[in-house]
Write a protein that binds this ligand. Structure first.
Ligand SMILES: [Zn+2]
Length: 254
């Protein structure tokens, strides 16, 4: 089985002591590529270093809506001037209305600018969106998406949102969140996005699978995502791995 974990955070402190072991068990689980996403400019160098150190890692640079500071706005120019041949996407970027701080206006300012930069340098985007899907579709309808499209990670929107976003070359990535209770809405969405728009991720070290809350998530847990998907879709894990890996290679040009 060959799987691509399209979204994780290997820069995180949680991995500073045993990353080699974590990568080894990911490899044994069938993970052939990991896309690690930095969330603040201070992490960009580390992301790049990881991608240079380990052939299975690719990196992305971006500023996550949770960690915005006005001062970071100037750093965004480095995405234009310093990212060529180093990163496979702009991310993690996005909008989050489930938090009050940073304020939405600041989130929108950073999201729009990073989306514009991705369009300009023609890289896909990795989007975080919670409770802000109408704002997200509004911005995308107005500004457009990069030609290379993008992904929404840990997707939690509605079937209606899926319908609106597919024409914008957006893929939907699902992670360990789907190992919790069955959801008929999710089943409907999976049938909308499979096979052409589904990707898999772990978001490690965040969002651990059912039964492991409070424990660090790791990329090898992606096999649990595949088995949950197999139950929903009634398709074999191997087939889903093949399809999602093909989709990931297409989005990230791997
Ligand atoms: Zn993330």
């Amino acid at each position: 089985m060959e799987i691509i974990d399209v979204h994780c955070h290997l820069e995180a402190d949680e991995f500073c002591n045993d990353l080699e072991d974590v990568l080894k068990s990911a490899k044994s689980a069938g993970v052939i590529k990991l896309i690690t996403s930095s969330v603040i400019p201070e992490q960009w160098e580390k992301s790049l270093w990881l991608s240079q150190q380990y052939p299975e890692i690719e990196c992305t640079w971006g500023i996550h809506p949770w960690y915005l500071k006005e001062d970071y706005f100037n750093d965004l120019n480095r995405l234009l001037t310093d990212s060529a041949n180093k990163i496979v996407a702009i991310g993690e970027i996005g909008l989050d209305l489930k938090i009050d701080n940073p304020p939405y206006e600041l989130q929108e300012k950073f999201f729009i600018r990073q989306l514009e930069i991705a369009k300009e340098i023609n890289l896909p985007v990795i989007i975080h969106c919670r409770g802000a899907f109408s704002q997200l579709t509004g911005i995308i309808n107005k500004i457009g998406m990069p030609e290379r499209g993008g992904i929404i990670h840990a997707f939690k929107g509605s079937p209606e949102i899926v319908e609106q976003l597919i024409p914008h070359r957006i893929f939907f990535s699902l992670g360990c969140g789907i190992t919790y209770r069955y959801s008929s809405k999710r089943e409907k969405i999976l049938n909308q996005i499979y096979p052409d728009y589904l990707l898999v991720e772990t978001d490690s070290p965040d969002i651990p699978p059912a039964g492991q809350s409070g424990i660090r998530n790791v990329p090898s847990n992606i096999t649990l995502v595949l088995s949950a998907l197999a139950e929903y879709l009634k398709i074999s894990e191997l087939e889903i791995a093949k399809t999602t890996t093909k989709n990931a290679k297409k989005v990230f040009n791997l």
